[in-house]
Every structure is written in C-alpha cells, then in structure tokens.
Design a protein around this ligand. Structure first.
Ligand code: BGC
Length: 269
C-alpha cells in the first residue's frame, strides 16, 4: 500500500517552507512552517534551516517520505545551477548532502517542476491535454513544461534572454517589489515575457504560481495573450505538495547509515 501522507519542503531564494501533505486530497494537514532562507544561500546554512523545518513539521515522527524541492537545475541528485542561492551549489551532490544533514532519504527535484507536478495531479493542470506551461513568479521565475500531463524537467524558462536581459531579472515578482513597480508597469513586463513564451511554445494553457498568484486579479486581466492564462490552484503551496507527491511516487531506499562518506585519503608515490 502506498503512503498517503508525506512531507514536502520547498526551498526558495527568500523562504523555506514545509508541511505534511495528505496525498489523497492534496491538502496540507499540518501547520505550514516557514523560515527565511539564510543570507548568502550557502549549502550548510540552507541544509541546517531545512533540518529545523523538518523537525518542526514532523514533530519527532520521521517515518514519512520526504520530498525537497530547490531553485536550481537538478540532475541525478546534483544541483547544476544557482541563480538566487550561493554558487557553491553548482555541481554539488545536493541530494546526498541533504540526506546526510537531515538523517533521512529524500526525493530531490527542481522547485517549479514540483509545482508543475502538483498542479497536474491536484490542480489547474489536472486533465488538461496538450502543452501546459506553469511559471512561478517569485524571487526568480521558475517553469514547468507539461505535455498531456507529462513533465519535461529543468526547462529554466525564467532565464530566456529577451531584449538582451535575463527574463527573471526584468519580470520576477521580486523585481516588482524591488523597483516598486505598479501592477500596470509589471504587467507590461509580463506581457513581453509571456508573448515570448507563446511565440516559442504555442502552449494550450499558462498557469501562474508563486505567492503573487493570490493577487492574480490585479495583473492577469492586464495581459493580452491568445493563450488562456490562469492562477495555480495551490498558489504558493504547489512546491510543497509536488515535492511530497514525488517522494511517494519515487520511494527512496535508505542507503545505510547516513554518515559522512569521505573517501579516505590515499598517498601515491
Ligand atoms: C532558477 C530555477 C527556479 C526558479 C524559481 C530560477 O532562478 O534558475 O531553477 O525554478 O528560479 O525558483
């Protein structure tokens, strides 16, 4: 029998949040614990904050599957990019580092992919045929590309170069806040961004996630696109939900004692 509850932890450039999820309904069934992402976003600091969240969320019961999502390209458990966290993550065996730090096996995935998976299972992309692009508008811009509900991972469409700029540096929600842009001014930048996505992918549906999606009425009606664009059902909880659901879909096998497996130093002559 597969587990129906799991823990999801969503690591972002600004905050790290986690909760226990009921996977039969897609609802959070514990308090959502959120702590600030440590300044500088260095591996040890982020892992320690994640450990604190896990401790609070699991309240001593560590037997639930755990999924962790992270704002970087994730290939075979390694983080391969770092846009809003320390560059020390690039090329790091991150999944293994988390497992050692948390003392528990995890499923590890890109944050926007986790959100896309959650919306496909429990939200706005459920049963949607064709090409669906979910974008998360937060510290950066994350993307999940789905075709007939199947995810193509690590698309990184927040880093499309548009008019010589990295798209997320012009249109992420953090930019609206930092530059104190009105909804109209920000929507103008989003228009450029989504028009570029539309021209490249001819999607059937755009889904907008991230914390700001709760204010979707302020900006989605200002966009003029031929593709339908709707808010994510699970708003800013989609990452937590998707990470938890993926942890159940891909059960992890404990790798024996989770201790530091440093290669013993050898001498050569
Ligand atoms: C990262 C992506 C991430 C997105 C949202 C981007 O800067 O490159 O991997 O999904 O931010 O957090």
């Amino acid at each position: 029998m597969s587990a129906t509850t799991a823990i999801g932890i969503d690591i972002g450039g600004t905050g790290i949040k986690g909760a226990v999820v009921d996977l039969s309904t897609g609802e959070l069934i514990s308090e959502r614990v959120k702590l600030a992402t440590p300044k500088g976003g260095a591996p040890d600091d982020i892992i320690e904050t994640t450990r604190e969240i896990l401790e609070k969320v699991s309240e001593g019961s560590s037997s639930l599957p755990i999924g962790v999502c992270f704002p970087a390209v994730v290939k075979h458990g390694h983080t391969m990019s770092a846009a809003n966290v320390s560059e020390k993550w690039i090329g790091l065996a991150a999944e293994e580092r988390f497992e050692k730090g948390l003392g528990h096996p995890i499923h590890f995935v890109n944050d926007a992919d986790a959100a896309g998976y959650a919306e496909a299972q429990f939200g706005a992309a459920k049963g949607e045929p064709g090409v669906v692009i979910l974008t998360t508008l937060g510290t950066g811009i994350g993307s999940a590309l789905l075709n007939d509900g199947v995810l193509v991972p690590n698309t990184e469409l927040g880093h499309l170069e548009i008019d010589g700029h990295d798209a997320e540096r012009r249109a992420a929600y953090s930019v609206k806040e930092r530059e104190d842009l009105s909804w109209e001014k920000w929507a103008h930048r989003l228009q450029t961004y989504y028009s570029a996505l539309e021209a490249l992918f001819s999607p059937d549906l755009f889904i907008v996630g991230g914390g700001v999606s709760k204010s979707y009425e302020e900006f989605l009606p200002l966009l003029n696109l031929s593709t339908r664009i709707i808010p994510a059902v699970h708003r800013n909880n989609a990452g937590i939900l998707g990470a938890a659901a993926l942890a159940v879909k891909f059960p992890t096998t404990p790798r024996g004692p989770l201790v530091d497996e440093q290669v013993p130093a050898t001498t050569t002559r």
